[in-house]
Design a protein. Sequence first.
Length: 261
Amino acid sequence: MGLRPAAIQASFPALVPRPPLTQNCRIMVIETSPGRVADGATAAAGLCDLMRQHTRELHMQAERSGIIRELLQRRADRLGHGLHLRNLLPAYKALEANLERHSGHPVLGEVRQPALYRGAAILSDLVQLFGPDWEDRLPLLDEAVAYAKRIDAATEADPARLLAHAYVRYLGDLNGGRILRDLMAKALELDDSALSYFAFPQLGNSIAAAADLRAILDQAGSRLPDQTSVIDEAAVAFRLSIGVSEAVKAAAIQLAARAGE
C-alpha cells in the first residue's frame, strides 16, 4: 500500500427528491451461519438475509480490523477519522452516481434514495475538520480508488449488483453509524457540524429507516431471476471496505510518524 496525492472533483449527481423512506418498520435480525448460499435458498429467504449469511464472517472481520477497530476502541484521532472519510468518498460517489444513472432500471428504482446518499455529507465533514484544502492534507489511497473502480465495473457488467453495494454501505451507516457517531462525538470532541456523515435528517428514526431499506432491497431482489451475482458482490464489497480500513490505519500511522519527525 502506498500513499499518493490525488484530487476528487467535488461534484455529485443532481438529486431529484423522492419520497423519504417510510418509518413504520422495525429491524428483524436473523442469525445465520456463514458460507455459500445453498441451492434453492433464494426461494426461502430475502436478499438481505442471504447477503448477511454469505458475508457474516467478513462483517465480523470488518469490525475487528483496520481503522474501524481503532475507532470502536477510541484509539483513533481526528487524522485517522478524516483519512477514513476521505477514502470512503470515492466509493460513495461511484455508488451514488451509478444509482442516479440507472434510476430507471426495473430493479433499482426504489433503491435510489437521495436521503441515504453520503457523498455530500462526507465532503461537508472533511471541510469542517480539515478546511477547504483537505485534499492536499489527506492522501487518496490506492485501495479507495480500487473500491470505486469496482463499483463502476460491477455496474457496467450488471446494474443489479448495485444492490450489494447499497446493502453494505447504507445499512452499515444506518445501523453501526449510530454507535460510531456517539464515539466520535465524545472521543474526538466533535459537534454536529462535523458529524454529517452519521446524520440522516430526512429519515428520522434510523432503525426504522434501516428496516425499510431492507424491505426495499428484498423486494428488488425478488425481481431478479438469479440473485447469486448480487450475493457474491456483497462479499466483494466487504473485502474492499476492509481493504480501505486497513490501508487507512497504516497510512494514519505513517502520517503521524512523519509529523513527529
